[in-house]
Design a protein around this ligand. Structure first.
Ligand code: ZN
Length: 664
């Protein structure tokens, strides 16, 4: 599971000549992150990271194809035009064309990475056909005997017709969520068929079930459902072979035998596609908590599948931030105390919290579904029984949150939306520290807390599952943020610090996160749904006592928190209810909470917030370019050093990746 950042807020001082801002277009801003301390690693560690970072870039095409069956062909066509166009690159149409290509790069396909809706080109179909006419066939992704015309027949409707493949992940349970989702995880099958197919496998799965369906496309062949497995010799083989090549290189310079064992198991899984081997790998991976360097590489998160079965490909390579990790160690050492004192029913409590290992990390490279938009915290593995039996690893990614903060300096956001000097002051002082702490609590304890009642299907909440799980983890963090234990443990410096987080969370959930949604649309994305669910629920339950209010001044709506202690209690009450829903697998309960609180938007408020935000000219979504790693060789061709460079633009990086790492 992963957590994405809020819309970033303004921070004060700290100047630096490092250029965090790279590019901005549509509703997106591209930033750059630093990799502090990389140069202080040993040569062997640097080499290890180098090979892992190569492996991290080799799977990018997999994700494009997973997101939509036409994505790769569209991207390659756009790239061919981009590279070989000889006309005026400064006219409005061509600029619009480049923006469209950048959006495709950013979203790993033709659907918005967050709203899941297909975005429309800002140029005409005729213009596009004209562009294509002027590109030599040899540069286009044409199969043998194929012509431009047949390419156009395939991609034009997908690019320009609003109705075709309009939503990548449809969570609206009123429809067949499989048939109405434009992802490429299922071909020609209905939701009922998918549920029956995997329901039968699960029934036989025993008490340590593998993650059925995780690494395959489910297709209908001759009337029968079969899984097309993603492995060497199977689907996506060419990309997976390259990933394995670099993983093997990495294994030869790993820090210790444990890492070598982890890589060996991962490679065996990539070769066989056997999900039992994937579980063995996950267990070995979760046990390695002491190595300095760590990585994720594989089919991991299931947000891209409305039923939460199929995993998108992602990779992240990182090393421990030793100083900041002291903070998360304190949290994990006290994990049992947190579990025992959480405001949930005893039946849902874990008697013994197993091995929560938490660390603060510095990311060295992002790939697949972690790139360019990236999480700021991750908790893995996702398998419920492995988490229960072997624990989980949880990370907070501090060089990414740091880049968000630095890039947001002086953007005017807080001044626009917070009108009380006191609240502003609290956020200035404690906003950053409580943001990081909330991520720690969410990932390290929240996702790992509580338990399912015996016999409850972990997927019982279906398309509401992801939202409920994120809600649970967020509430766990919110609830404890205000506990005096935070001061006792030295995690917060002041008894009022938590108020900064409460204020920001409520403001975001009730108002400012809406800047990311088009007027008239519902909220789709799980993390956004979870934030609104929490904010609206406590707003409503506290309304009689005016715990939280929305007040209007000069035509502008502001959040006012009248009673922080009562707000703390309400978070606790909702946590108890959400945990019950999860533990009992109460589908109707989940549906009620999500549909009533998490999806719908007050249109007048929405318009107001968007208008105020637009005046600030801040992009609501952000992503990152990676640094570039360069081997320094001596006369004999031996590696002397690995240098990290921060010198690419977004376009340069994307075109380079497409040339060097495109294998499908
Ligand atoms: Zn999460």
């Amino acid at each position: 599971m992963s957590i994405m950042s809020f819309v970033s807020c303004e921070k004060s001082n700290t100047s630096s000549d490092f250029n965090y801002k790279v590019d901005a277009f549509a509703d997106l801003e591209i930033l750059r992150y630093k990799v502090p301390d990389f140069e202080n690693l040993t040569l062997q560690q640097k080499e290890y990271i180098y090979y892992l970072s190569q492996a991290a870039l080799c799977g990018c095409d997999i994700l494009f194809d997973q997101n939509n069956v036409h994505n790769l062909r569209i991207r390659r066509t756009l790239e061919a035009i981009y590279e070989h166009y000889e006309g005026n690159r400064n006219d409005d149409d061509f600029r619009s064309f480049v923006v469209y290509l950048k959006r495709v790069w950013f979203s790993n396909g033709i659907h918005h990475h967050y709203s899941m809706d297909k975005f429309q080109p800002n140029f005409t179909k005729e213009y596009f056909v004209e562009l294509l006419k002027n590109v030599n066939d040899e540069y286009l992704p044409l199969a043998d005997g194929e012509t431009k015309e047949s390419l156009l027949v395939e991609i034009l409707p997908v690019m320009f017709d609003k109705e075709i493949d309009s939503c990548r992940v449809n969570l609206n349970s009123a429809h067949d969520v499989i048939a109405t989702s434009a992802n490429n995880y299922y071909q020609g099958v209905s939701q009922t068929e998918v549920e029956q197919f995997y329901g039968a496998l699960k029934a036989e799965g025993g008490d340590k079930p593998v993650s059925f369906g995780l690494n395959s496309t489910l297709v209908k062949k001759d009337g029968k459902l079969v899984e097309d497995i993603w492995r060497i010799g199977g689907k996506y083989s060419k990309a997976i072979e390259k990933i394995v090549y670099w993983l093997e290189k990495a294994k030869s310079v790993a820090e210790n035998d444990q890492q070598k064992d982890v890589i060996a198991k991962l490679v065996a899984y990539y070769k066989t596609g056997d999900l039992k081997t994937f579980d063995d790998y996950s267990i070995a991976w979760v046990k390695d908590s002491l190595s300095r360097i760590d990585f994720v590489n594989g089919f991991i998160e299931t947000y891209g599948d409305p039923l939460g079965l199929k995993a998108s490909w992602e990779s992240i390579v990182n090393f421990k931030n030793l100083q900041a990790t002291k903070r998360t160690q304190i949290i994990s050492e006290n994990a049992q105390w947190f579990e025992n004192n959480s405001p949930i029913d005893d039946r849902f409590r874990k008697e013994k919290v197993k091995g929560v290992s938490a660390k603060v990390i510095t990311v060295a490279i992002l790939g697949g579904d972690c790139y360019p938009a990236t999480p700021i915290g991750i908790n893995l593995p996702n398998s419920n029984w492995i988490r229960a039996e072997h624990g989980s690893k949880s990370v907070t990614i501090e060089n990414i949150t740091d880049a968000y903060d630095k890039a947001a300096q002086g953007n005017g956001f807080l001044d626009e939306f917070v009108d009380s000097k006191e609240d502003l002051d609290l956020i200035e002082r404690f906003g950053a520290i409580t943001d990081n702490l909330h991520t720690d609590l969410h990932e390290c304890l929240g996702h790992g807390s509580g338990k399912l009642l015996p016999g409850v299907d972990p997927d019982a909440l279906k398309s509401y599952g992801a939202t409920i799980e994120e809600t649970r983890a967020d509430l766990f963090g919110l609830y404890y943020m205000a506990d005096k234990k935070m001061l006792e443990l030295g995690l917060l410096p002041d008894k009022d610090a938590y108020k900064a987080q409460y204020y920001k969370y409520m403001m975001n959930g009730l108002m400012t996160q809406l800047v990311r949604i088009n007027i008239g649309d519902d909220i789709q994305e799980s993390h956004m749904r979870n934030r609104q669910l929490i904010a609206k629920w406590v707003f409503e339950k506290g309304s009689a006592e005016k715990v939280v209010e929305l007040q209007k001044r000069d035509e502008k709506t502001y959040l006012v928190v009248n009673d922080y202690e009562k707000l703390h209690n309400l978070f606790g009450q909702l946590l108890a209810e959400i945990q019950r829903v999860k533990s009992e697998g109460d589908f109707e309960g989940a549906k009620f909470l999500v549909e009533n609180y998490a999806v719908k938007i007050d249109i007048d408020l929405h318009k107001e917030i968007k208008a105020r935000y637009e005046k600030l000219h801040i992009a609501p979504y952000k992503g990152f370019v990676n640094p570039r790693y360069e081997l320094e060789l001596n006369k004999n061709g031996e590696i002397q050093d690995v240098k990290v460079r921060y010198d690419e633009t977004f376009e340069q990086q994307m075109m380079r990746y497409s040339k060097e790492y495109s294998f499908l």
